[in-house]
Ligand binder design. Structure first.
Ligand SMILES: [Cu+2]
Length: 661
């Protein structure tokens, strides 16, 4: 099979890059703007109307998820996950800080790459969105009734949690596999002894019980780089497919040294077999250190628990758990079509798009059509599993999504285009340029049994001339295509926050009607909550002053506080007494060193504040809550250390409560 040589590939990339920019000029020409009025109508959502779809876009290095309405591309919300978020105090308030605890300590940032919506029977169910943290290996659950991160699990023995968090058909598991193999357990060894000490790992994480995520089992596998994954379905049900590269096990200059082999592998893991092995006592429990963090529903406070062991299985201990399918060449995507029969690889340096057949794979396993074995893992013959190859698709095939109508769409990073091809005949039927260097593609429902098949979104790595420039850093970009007809049609560019690395989109009806509107005050079990103003007050415990404060349109209680001295730490526990939708209150105080608080109706949040100088410090509501929002303020007096002024919290000169001394 002809492969581009490295130099030819690069030359081709440069050539096609130039073609890409040629398209850009064409994009601005009158000819192609002629249809833009009609295209505008197809993405236009009239004032007061809703978008058809929620689009959840990972923010890459901002550690957040951006929620965009589609087809309009309107930004609706940023959901902080692994990164502190000053807008709502995520990771700053005492209640949310434990969510960012890890075995490395408090980490207020991560690199969030992939999203995966929960599924029931292989279809979107609108319950949760799972996302991964790449740098400090973690996975997270976002509750789609609140659009809040409700759970984070760290992954031991991982480094670069890239092949994550792809979901099984009934959200039994999400997976996590390591991009960087490391010594397992991680310890002080010479880097040159990579092949001897470094291992990969593939973790299956129980996902369908909120608050109870854990690692069901961890497969210890050869020290390759594991990149992406998809669950099987239909004939491939019970399997999970992982792309891997660096089968050379290089530990330096991977750009050359990890591209030596003609083929790397797609790893097929049978997780039912792994479950059976685990049940029958195969494998062993290893001592590790990782964190499981979750929000308590009733205190609305996060807890961080330490975990110290994980069940590890090697493929040699568990025959039938894992097979390698040779795949050219440094495969990136490993995408399963809606029927579950085809596993499409995006060999980013390959000249074709290879497609494996699940049925052929199962036959090949049965007939032992192996070309060898790697650390107890049979390597299947390429000819035995391959269903077909898409010839001359373009340059740099990465990711493939499906429309549910028999077509696949592959992003071509180097030639900056989406290539549409037919499953079964492998013929290319359409191409559409992207602007520029498309990474992932997303078709709403594309990873499920029933893709919606109307739109595709390209997530691009380079924006160049697409928007008004904003200094050295340009807005990142997604592009929306209509794929309902024979030819793809570019409808819309929209800028995104952070890197839109990957995304999912879901029918808005599956999410919209299930929204929580406020938290019931009667169910608030936060230990410092107040249910009425008469329960507010101030209390000194040594050098710590607790202020139990309420907020309701349009005042705080108490709003005059005296008796705090330099050397005290003040904890403001603010309960929002409102019981109505869309009435958050904020809280900020002069000199606060982190963020404000944003407190949802019925919720209690805590701001830690350490005054350093005597004086009077105003505090106020930061969220515009009513016509009298501007009046929603108070004062806290700080006296020199050693001053003996009674601690009081008052409103309208009345004591807010008897809690002071
Ligand atoms: Cu307010």
């Amino acid at each position: 099979m002809p492969l581009f040589s490295r130099s030819r590939l690069i030359a081709g990339a440069l050539l096609l890059g130039a073609v890409g920019f040629g398209y850009a000029c064409a994009g601005r020409s009158t000819a192609s703007l002629a249809g833009s009025g009609a295209n505008a109508q197809r993405v236009y959502v009239a004032p007061g109307a809703y978008d058809e779809l929620y689009g959840f876009f990972s923010g890459g290095f901002n550690g957040q998820v951006g929620v965009y309405g589609l087809p309009s591309g309107r930004l609706l919300r940023l959901i902080p996950v692994f990164s502190q978020h000053a807008e709502n105090g995520w990771g700053y308030s005492e209640e949310t800080k434990p969510m960012l605890e890890t075995s490395y300590g408090f980490i207020p940032w991560d690199d969030l790459h992939h999203t995966a919506l929960s599924q029931t029977n292989g279809e979107d169910d609108g319950r949760w969105l799972f996302v991964n943290g790449n740098n400090t290996p973690r996975v997270a659950r976002i509750d789609l009734t609140t659009f809040e991160t409700s759970e984070i699990l760290e992954i031991p023995n991982a480094a670069g949690n890239h092949a994550s968090p792809f979901v099984t058909e009934n959200s039994e598991y999400i997976v996590s596999s390591t991009r960087f193999s490391i010594p397992v357990p991680n310890r002080d060894v010479p880097i040159d002894e990579y092949k001897r000490f470094f291992k990969g790992q593939i973790s299956f994480i129980t996902a369908n019980q909120p608050g109870k995520m854990d690692i069901a089992f961890q497969l210890i596998v050869p020290g390759f780089n594991y990149d992406l994954a998809r669950a099987g379905k239909g004939p491939s049900a019970g399997w999970m497919f992982f792309s891997s590269y660096n089968s050379e096990q290089a530990n330096t200059l991977l750009e050359v040294n990890a591209s030596q082999n003609d083929k790397d592998y797609i790893a097929a893991v049978n997780y039912r077999t792994a479950e059976a092995c685990a049940r029958s006592g195969k494998g062993s429990r290893a001592t590790v250190d990782y964190r499981h963090n979750f929000m308590d529903e009733f205190t609305r406070s996060a807890h961080s628990e330490r975990k110290t062991s994980v069940l590890q299985i090697t493929p040699a201990q568990c025959p039938g758990v894992m097979y390698f399918m040779p795949t050219p060449k440094s495969p990136h995507g490993a995408d399963v079509d809606p029927t579950g029969e085809f596993i499409v690889a995006g060999g980013k340096l390959a000249a074709t798009i290879p497609v494996h057949s699940a049925v052929k794979m199962l036959d090949a396993i049965k007939n032992k059509e192996f070309e060898g074995e790697l650390e107890g893992i049979p390597v299947l013959k390429y000819e035995a599993t391959i269903a077909g190859e898409v010839q001359e698709p373009g340059l740099g095939p990465l990711h493939t999504e499906f429309d549910g109508k028999g077509y696949a769409y592959t992003s071509m990073f180097l030639s900056s285009e989406i290539v549409k091809w037919k499953l079964g005949t492998w013929e290319v039927v359409d191409r559409a340029p992207t602007y520029y260097a498309v990474g992932h593609l997303m078709i709403p429902g594309g990873g499920t049994r029933k893709p919606y098949g109307r739109y595709a979104v390209a997530m691009n790595k380079i924006t160049k001339d697409r928007y008004l420039p904003t200094g050295p850093e340009l807005a990142h970009s997604a592009q929306l295509y209509d794929i309902s007809g024979e030819r793809m049609q570019l409808l819309l560019d929209f800028p995104t926050i952070g890197e839109p690395h990957y995304a999912n989109a879901i029918d808005a009806n599956l999410v919209r009607e299930r929204q929580k509107r406020f938290y019931a005050l009667a169910e608030n079990r936060h230990p410092q909550a107040v249910r009425a103003e008469r329960e507010t007050g101030v209390e000194r415990r040594g050098k710590v002053v607790h202020v139990r404060m309420s907020s309701i349109r349009s005042h705080f209680a108490p709003d005059n506080i005296e008796g705090v001295v330099v050397g005290d730490t003040v904890l403001f526990h603010v309960t929002n007494l409102e019981q109505d939708w869309d009435v958050p209150h904020g809280f900020a105080i002069l000199g606060a060193r982190n963020a404000e608080l944003l407190v949802m109706p019925g919720e209690t949040k805590t701001l830690r504040w350490v005054p350093e100088k005597p004086g009077v410090y105003p505090f106020y509501c930061t969220d515009f809550c009513s016509a009298l929002h501007q009046e929603m303020q108070g004062y806290l007096r700080v006296s020199p250390a050693g001053t003996t002024i009674a601690l009081t919290g008052t409103i309208n000169r009345k004591r807010a409560s008897a809690g002071g001394q």
